[in-house]
Ligand binder design. Structure first.
Ligand code: GLN
Length: 391
C-alpha cells in the first residue's frame, strides 16, 4: 500500500490545477446522451481536399518524423499566409515553429520566454490553459477583467496590472469564451503598455478566420513597434475543422525562435508528418473559402442567439470565434456549474460553466458557454431539448 505522504505522489506543480473542464463536459454529454455544445469542435465534415491530402501523405509513406520545427513547405505556407494578410514579412526558417496544436505552441512560448518569478497578464475570462501554462513556466498570472456586454477592459485596470515584474501579456482575439474581437484602438492601448514596460505580447489567433459582421481581425503584431515583441500562436484546428490533428504553430521574433524550438523538440519532437502535408493544401485554399467559412459561422451564431433568446437566456452577441456566453443568474441555481450539470443531465444539452474561465470561480458572473460549431440539425435538436428548461 502506498502511504499518503509517500514520495510516490504527484508533484506540487500539478496539485494547483483543476482537471480540464472541456473533456469532462464532453464525457458527461456522452454519458447523458446530451447534445454536446460544450467542447469547441465541429460535428461537421472537414474539407474533402484537406482530408484527401492527409490520406495521400500516409499512403505515400510520409509516416516518419518530420523535421522538428515543421516541414519547410508548411512553414512557408504559414509565413506566406500571415505575411499576406497582415502586411508583414515573416521568415519561414527563422520565425515559424510547427507544434502539436496551438495548445503546445502556447506552452512552448511560455516555457521558453518567461522566467520563474515573472508575471504574466491574462485577460479574464480566459481559455483555461493560460493559467497552468504560466504556472508551469514558474510565473504568476495577473488577471484583468473583460466585462459584459461588449467584453471590453478598463484601461486603468490594465495599466495598474503592469509593473517591472511583467514579462508578457496574453491576448486572444477573436476570444474564447466571449467571442470578443479586440478593436484596433484596444490593441493600441495594449501595445503602448507593452512598449512602455518592455513586455512581450503573446497573441493567440486560433480563431482569426472566424469574424462576423464585416469586422477586421487585427493582429497586435502588425501595430508599430510590436513585430519584434509579439509571438502569434495559431493552427489548423478551427479554420479547417480538424481539431484532432494537432497541428498548430508559433510565429515569433527571431530572438525567441530558438528557445521555442528547444522546448518543442524536447517535449514532442515534431507534429504529425502527414497532417503537415495536408496543412499545406489547407493553407492554399482560395480566399472565397474563408469568406464562406465566416458567413456560415455567422449564420450559426444568429441561429444560436435566436434559440437562446427564445428560451429566456440573456446572451452576449459574439463578434467572432464560435462560442456564445449566456447569463444564467435568473435560473436561480447556486452556481453556474450546478446549472450546467442540470442542463446536461435533465435538459440534455452540454455547455461549459462560465466560471471555469475565471481564476476565482466564486468571483465570476453566473454564465454558461454554448459552442455553435455544429450542424444546423444539432442546433435545432438543442432547441427542442431546451423546451424542457424550467424557467
Ligand atoms: N478550444 C476548445 C474549447 O475551448 C477545446 C479545448 C480543449 O479541449 N482543451 O472548448
Amino acid at each position: 500500500m502506498i502511504l499518503p505522504m509517500s514520495r510516490v505522489r504527484s508533484a506540487k506543480r500539478v496539485t494547483s490545477f483543476a482537471d480540464s473542464v472541456f473533456g469532462e463536459m464532453t464525457r458527461l454529454a456522452r454519458l447523458h446522451n446530451a447534445v454536446n455544445l460544450s467542447q469547441g469542435f465541429p460535428d461537421f465534415d472537414a474539407p474533402a481536399a484537406v482530408k484527401d491530402a492527409a490520406c495521400a501523405a500516409i499512403r505515400d509513406e510520409h509516416n516518419q518524423y518530420a523535421p522538428p520545427y515543421g516541414t519547410k513547405a508548411l512553414r512557408e505556407a504559414i509565413a506566406g499566409d500571415f505575411a499576406a494578410r497582415h502586411g508583414m514579412a515573416i521568415d519561414a526558417d527563422e520565425q515559424v515553429t510547427v507544434c502539436c496544436g496551438s495548445t503546445e505552441a502556447m506552452m512552448a512560448v511560455m516555457m521558453s520566454s518567461i522566467d520563474p518569478g515573472d508575471e504574466v497578464i491574462v485577460f479574464e475570462p480566459f481559455y483555461e490553459n493560460y493559467g497552468p501554462d504560466a504556472v508551469m513556466a514558474g510565473a504568476e498570472p495577473k488577471f484583468v477583467r473583460l466585462r459584459a456586454p461588449d467584453w471590453t477592459f478598463d484601461p486603468d485596470e490594465l495599466k495598474r496590472a503592469f509593473s517591472n515584474r511583467t514579462r508578457a501579456i496574453v491576448i486572444n482575439s477573436p476570444n474564447n469564451p466571449t467571442g470578443k474581437v479586440f478593436t484596433r484602438a484596444e490593441l493600441e492601448v495594449i501595445a503602448s503598455l507593452c512598449l512602455q514596460w518592455d513586455v512581450l505580447a503573446i497573441s493567440d489567433e486560433i480563431y482569426d478566420r472566424i469574424v462576423f459582421d464585416g469586422r477586421p481581425h487585427v493582429s497586435i503584431a502588425s501595430l508599430p513597434g510590436m513585430a519584434e515583441r509579439t509571438v502569434i500562436t495559431g493552427g489548423l484546428s478551427k479554420t479547417y475543422s480538424v481539431t484532432g490533428w494537432r497541428i498548430g504553430w508559433a510565429i515569433s521574433p527571431r530572438a525567441l525562435t530558438g528557445g521555442i524550438r528547444k522546448i518543442h523538440d524536447f517535449m514532442t519532437v515534431a507534429a504529425p508528418t502527414p497532417f503537415m502535408d495536408a496543412g499545406v493544401v489547407a493553407l492554399s485554399m482560395p480566399p472565397e473559402s474563408y469568406t464562406a467559412l465566416a458567413a456560415d459561422y455567422q449564420a450559426k451564431r444568429d441561429l444560436m442567439l435566436d434559440i437562446l433568446d427564445r428560451h429566456g437566456f440573456t446572451a452576449y452577441r459574439p463578434g467572432g470565434a464560435y462560442y456564445v456566453i449566456a447569463d444564467v443568474e435568473k435560473f436561480g441555481f447556486a452556481t453556474d456549474t450546478e446549472f450546467a450539470q442540470y442542463l446536461v443531465k435533465d435538459v440534455g444539452v452540454a455547455t461549459v460553466p462560465g466560471s471555469s474561465f475565471y481564476f476565482d470561480p466564486a468571483s465570476a458572473p453566473k454564465t454558461v458557454r454554448f459552442c455553435f460549431s455544429k450542424r444546423t440539425e444539432t442546433l435545432m435538436e438543442a432547441d427542442r431539448r431546451l423546451e424542457r428548461l424550467a424557467t
